[in-house]
Design a protein around this ligand. Structure first.
Ligand SMILES: [Cu+2]
Length: 205
């Protein structure tokens, strides 16, 4: 009887492990799937950059990839490249994925070209996650990028000739649900483009 009880317990343990592993896949695939970096500003660059430029970033997790839209205008230099970086507010972190590139800084194959001003859209597939390996995200570790985005530990950054380290940036925040209501937020961004106090408050979130 004792032996049989042991076997039953062992089987139960195996069952529990199976449940745990299914559960962990479910966790990796769920959670917040909409992301925004509103009111990108030079003031969020460390050290701060004074620039009239503004921008916004939004993204959505769709079918195992990140679909994104990056908009910016008023940059004082020529745009060179834009990325999602891995780093908390007020820190400079490494590049995790490219948002757009230019002839001089093209990014990996498939990276869209940065407009001088306006909107660029694209998709980040797992293969497009470039790192940063030194900070623990290896090439292709898409789930780790998503985890960092959900944790608020990434930011969108647009680099220019005047500010090669980044002219405007904003921390990426995760939110529940789909992107309905973004249009309203975009209007709000436009209204608040020059509201520096509000930008400062957002930066302290
Ligand atoms: Cu960058």
């Amino acid at each position: 009887m004792r032996k049989r009880a042991y076997v039953v317990a062992a089987l139960a343990a195996v069952g529990a492990l199976a449940v745990v592993s299914v559960g962990s896949y479910a966790i990796a695939g769920s959670g917040k799937s909409t992301f925004k970096a509103k009111e990108m500003s030079g003031y969020f660059e460390p050290p701060a950059v004074s620039s009239a430029a503004s921008g916004s970033f939004e993204a959505k997790l769709v079918g195992g990839a990140i679909q994104y839209e990056l908009s910016y205008s008023g940059l004082e230099g020529t745009v060179l490249q834009a990325h999602i970086h891995f780093g908390q507010p007020a820190t400079n972190g490494g590049i995790s994925a490219w948002l757009c590139g230019t002839a001089a800084n093209p990014g990996p194959a498939g990276t869209p070209t940065c407009p001088a001003s306006g909107t660029v859209t694209g998709t980040i597939t797992p293969a497009a996650v470039v790192g940063p390996a030194g900070q623990g995200i290896a090439l292709g570790q898409f789930d780790e990028l998503v985890s960092a985005m959900r944790a608020g530990a990434t930011y969108a950054n647009v680099h220019s000739t005047v500010q090669p380290g980044g002219e405007i940036r904003a921390q990426i925040k995760a939110r529940n649900g789909d992107d309905e209501g973004n249009d309203g937020d975009e209007n709000k961004n436009d209204k608040n483009k020059n509201d520096k106090n509000k930008n400062d408050e957002d930066g302290n979130d």
